[in-house]
Design a protein around this ligand. Structure first.
Ligand code: FAD
Length: 390
């Protein structure tokens, strides 16, 4: 997107400065399964809510590749904050950097400019928070299994449907949902106002991990959504999913950061310096050094593959390029869980106490591979046939 006057290092530095507070608060969010409101307030205070808003609209102007580093740094301190912040930023990037790459008619581009100017203004000036409840549990694909309907009415649509895992439920200003107008083939991306009539958050939220995401069930019953809340022109979501699927990797940096958090905690533990640990230093045992080496190896592999996939992301990727993306998704998500599991073994039994961070990181890390549409299983299936039949 360009035009950023804030460097990548400065953006990451803003997060690093918040690190100790986020790390401390992560304990409470996990315990209560509550949303990280304080972290989001701090993001707003230091301009990070607009990190992926282009500079000409008042944001920090992060490119996707910059954002990956920012998201990773957040995940290192609080995985749930990283994951929820990603839902916000995915919309910012889709409407910015990605939309600029895609084909639109001149009229669509003109309308899109009006829409995103207002959307970005809401984020930068009013502190709007965007979420992306797309999942319905009906199919794995990004453009499949969308049963949510948008019925055209004067000035907009009436939206009806059910979204599972609506992260930021009760916290977002907009629930940006995928939906279909009856009779159309395309998916539309509409911003459902969270305070709209007919919006309901239901079901309990008491999960294994990533508890601070507050991903409850969103019910929408004839909720009015004005035309101005169609964040991308009709048809552009399908084009983005097909021609620039790289944004489906945007969940990975949170888990890459989480892996880094496991590495941080393990290093301290083995040195006998992790606050709250009862056991002494463990670093002198050669077998623990082997485990520690394995953990670092996996972390570095994840980082290298993630950075390469995003730094080389292009429109209309070839199959070889997609293979890199799928391989990165599997590696980052599976390694997160593997490294967290290794950490418990390497540190030892006393490290699994709930007053120490490894127990939470172990639970949080388990969920990465389940995230659709590029879940570890979906990507493995694609790798399993890549190059064999075409
Ligand atoms: C902490 C957390 C936060 C989340 N936040 C969000 C969010 O903000 N927004 C959002 O949209 N989603 C979110 N998700 C949802 C996530 O992306 C998945 O949609 C969800 O985990 C799927 O759960 P499921 O039990 O339906 O599993 P699945 O078993 O994955 O089933 C989903 C559907 O896809 C089908 N399916 C799965 N794999 C395949 C395959 N390989 N081939 C063919 N069909 C397949 C299944 O049969 C089923 O119909 C979140 C999930 C978690 C754990």
């Amino acid at each position: 997107m360009g035009n950023s006057t804030t460097t990548r290092a400065e953006m990451v530095g803003l997060v690093q400065a918040m690190g100790p507070a986020m790390k401390q608060r992560a304990v409470k969010y996990d315990l209560e399964a509550s949303f990280p409101f304080e972290n989001f307030a701090d993001f707003a205070a230091n301009g990070l809510m607009g990190v992926c808003v282009p500079a000409r609209y008042g944001g920090l102007g992060a490119s996707y590749a910059d954002y990956v580093r920012v998201s990773e740094e957040i995940g290192r301190h609080c995985g749930a904050t990283g994951l929820t912040f990603n839902m916000h930023n995915a919309t910012m990037l889709w409407c910015g950097e990605v939309s600029d790459l895609l084909d639109m008619t001149p009229e669509q581009r003109e309308q899109h400019e009006i829409t995103r100017t207002e959307m970005y203004r809401g984020v930068v000036e009013r502190g709007d928070i965007h979420s992306q409840p797309f999942s319905e549990g009906l199919a794995a694909g990004a453009t499949a299994g969308v049963a949510t309907k948008a019925v055209p009415v004067d000035g907009g649509w009436l939206v009806t449907g059910r979204k599972i895992f609506a992260s930021l439920s009760g916290a977002a200003t907009f629930y940006n949902v995928t939906c279909q107008v009856p009779g159309e083939d395309i998916i539309r991306l509409l911003g459902v106002p969270s305070n709209g009539d007919g919006v309901q958050i239901v079901d309990d939220w008491d999960p294994l991990g990533m508890r601070g995401t507050v991903s409850r069930t969103l019910l929408m019953n004839d909720v009015f959504v004005p035309h101005s809340n169609e964040w991308m022109p009709a048809g552009l979501y399908n084009q983005a999913a097909l021609r620039y699927p790289w944004l489906f990797l945007s969940l990975c940096p949170s888990y890459l950061g989480l892996t880094g958090g496991v590495i941080d905690a393990t290093r301290l533990y083995l040195r006998g310096e992790l606050p709250g640990q009862v056991a002494g230093s463990r670093r002198d045992h050669p077998i623990k050094q082997v485990g520690w080496a394995q953990m670092q190896l996996k972390h570095q592999q994840s980082r290298a593959m993630m950075y390469r996939a995003i730094d080389e992301a292009v429109l209309d990727p070839t199959q070889d390029e997609l293979v890199r993306g799928w391989a990165a998704a599997i590696t980052v998500m599976e390694h997160a869980a593997e490294v967290a599991s290794l950490a418990i073994k390497v540190c030892g039994g006393q490290s699994m106490q709930k007053n120490l961070p490894l127990e939470r990181l172990y639970r949080d890390s388990r969920l990465g591979s389940t995230m659709l549409p590029w879940s570890a299983e979906v990507c493995t299936e694609r790798l399993g046939t890549a190059g064999l039949f075409d």
